[in-house]
Design a protein around this ligand. Structure first.
Ligand code: PLP
Length: 382
């Protein structure tokens, strides 16, 4: 089976993890801050906070921005459930903004229209989470402008987009957002097994996320209410979690990060090869905006209709091609239907989903394997 995505682990990665296993610290040691600084430097942000998943990073980002009961968070329905669930962890309400039919990212026009409406009813969102779907950056300049106008904060869900560039600048540098979140799950661009990281330029947000990652505990005498009883003393000053990343994970991530640009170049080359080979087929190849550099986390094509998708998906799986589908619109999940959402609410995202197939794309995919994928796709399509 050729999978749709797959990690690449080198001997250097294994040696880096092994070195941590021989060291004094398996967690809360020096590898985590080293990884945080390396990612922050790579994406041009002042601070990085590493955690055990992007889901945790999204939760901490919402907490650090004081999202709570009575607040609204808006995101795109064309994403993984975690982009919306983070609001509900904080007791806030979720709403969605449909996607753009060309870019498959949150539609800036739909966002502007919905904000205008919400402004009239006093239901403006506190946070908007644009998702850089498949690694293709959203129009952050336009979303940032709306954020200033309507007073909402922005968390970029860049789980698909470490290494991507938006208007020539790295995603994660926080030019248009308060916080950016990355995922290091094995199917993503680089991996730590499980893991995530939040970048920000705001030292207070970084400190708050670091504290919430570790139970809301501080050892900083300046933050403590009383005099420390001794060097052992700490205070829990708010309710936090254990969302820490281990040093083994951080060492793996640091080693992987060295190859991020090579991996994206490889994904780009494979994507161009797909574009050429699929040009004659009745499919729509992924959107690429020349203004931005996609990280190409996914190579998702659009086929003619839902029936074609179902049939060709099955034929490809039967041929040993591990195709997948991204993303099931979040509002169609039963747990969201219970909140009042229904099929039909976001027709562009639903139409995209109906026709989507993600073809295999990862650095270790060979050209021979890719040709096999194209051959079987050709046979599978009507
Ligand atoms: C994978 C993913 C997440 C969650 O990442 P984890 O590290 O698995 O928690 C969140 N948002 C998007 C868009 C994702 O693809």
């Amino acid at each position: 089976m050729i999978p749709y995505g797959c990690q690449a682990i080198t001997e250097a990665d294994i040696a880096a993890v092994e070195a941590v296993l021989h060291s004094d610290f398996l967690t809360q040691g020096p590898a985590v801050p080293r990884f945080e600084q390396a990612v922050a430097a790579k994406v041009g942000a002042a601070h990085g906070v590493a955690v055990n998943s992007a889901t945790s990073a999204l939760h901490l980002a919402c907490r650090a921005l004081d999202l709570g009961p009575g607040d609204w968070l808006w995101t795109s329905p064309n994403t993984f459930v975690a982009s919306a669930n983070c609001a509900r962890y904080c007791g806030a309400r979720v709403d969605f903004v449909d996607i753009d039919p060309d870019t498959y990212n949150l539609s800036v026009e739909a966002l502007a229209a919905k904000l205008e409406q919400a402004d009239k009813t006093g239901q403006l969102p506190k946070i908007v989470i644009p998702v850089h779907f498949a690694g293709q950056p959203c129009d952050m300049a336009a979303i940032g402008e709306l954020g200033r106008r309507y007073g909402f904060r922005i968390i970029e869900d860049a789980s698909h987009a470490i290494g991507a560039h938006c208007d020539g600048e790295p995603v994660g540098n926080g030019r248009h957002s308060a916080i950016t979140v990355f995922s290091f799950h094995p199917v993503k661009l680089i991996t730590t097994g499980e893991g995530g990281l939040a970048t920000t330029n705001n030292p207070d947000l970084a400190e708050r996320m670091s504290r919430l990652r570790s139970h809301g505990i501080t050892r900083d005498p300046a933050r403590m209410q009383g005099e420390p009883a001794g060097p052992w003393d700490y205070e829990q000053i708010e309710l936090g979690y254990n969302y820490r990343m281990t040093d083994m994970q951080a060492a793996l991530g640091l080693s992987q990060l060295q190859r991020l640009d090579d991996y994206i170049a490889r994904r780009q080359a494979l994507a161009e090869r797909y574009d050429q080979r699929l040009a004659e087929l009745p499919v729509r190849t992924p959107y690429q905006d020349p203004k931005h550099r996609s990280a190409l986390h996914l190579y998702s094509i659009q086929v003619a209709d839902g029936a074609t998708r179902a049939n060709s998906f099955q034929a490809l799986r039967d041929a040993g091609i591990g195709v997948n589908v991204h993303s099931i619109p979040v509002h169609t999940q039963p747990d969201y239907q219970r909140l009042g959402f229904a099929k039909g609410d976001y027709p562009v995202a639903e139409a995209y989903y109906e026709r989507a197939i993600s073809l295999p794309l990862y650095p270790g995919l060979t050209e021979a394997q890719q040709d096999r994928v194209c051959l079987h796709l050709n046979e599978a399509l009507p």
